[in-house]
Design a protein. Structure first.
Length: 89
């Protein structure tokens, strides 16, 4: 009985933790949608401004900000799947 109880307990706890982490990441991903939409609007506005005025610094800044948002999300998902050593390709 002991030889089956503790592995089963460990597996169920691991599953609960993984499900909780996936739920947390799902919630933050939903929040990311709004932040990325804002970043897209800023990139578009900076693109229009640089096309009319020639100033590219605001465009570079807005693009870097959008990339940082995407990389932050990527890092969170990578940390979720890394312990499982899943093959991505």
């Amino acid at each position: 009985m002991i030889t089956t109880f503790f592995p089963a307990l460990g597996a169920s706890l691991h599953g609960a933790i993984a499900q909780s982490e996936a739920h947390r990441l799902g919630t933050t991903s939903e929040g990311l949608v709004g932040r990325l939409e804002g970043a897209i609007d800023r990139v578009r506005a900076a693109t229009r401004a640089s096309a009319s005025g020639g100033e590219v610094a605001p465009l570079k800044f807005s693009i870097r900000h959008a990339i940082a948002l995407i990389l932050e999300e990527h890092k969170d998902w990578y940390l979720l799947v890394q312990p499982h050593r899943l093959r991505l390709a």
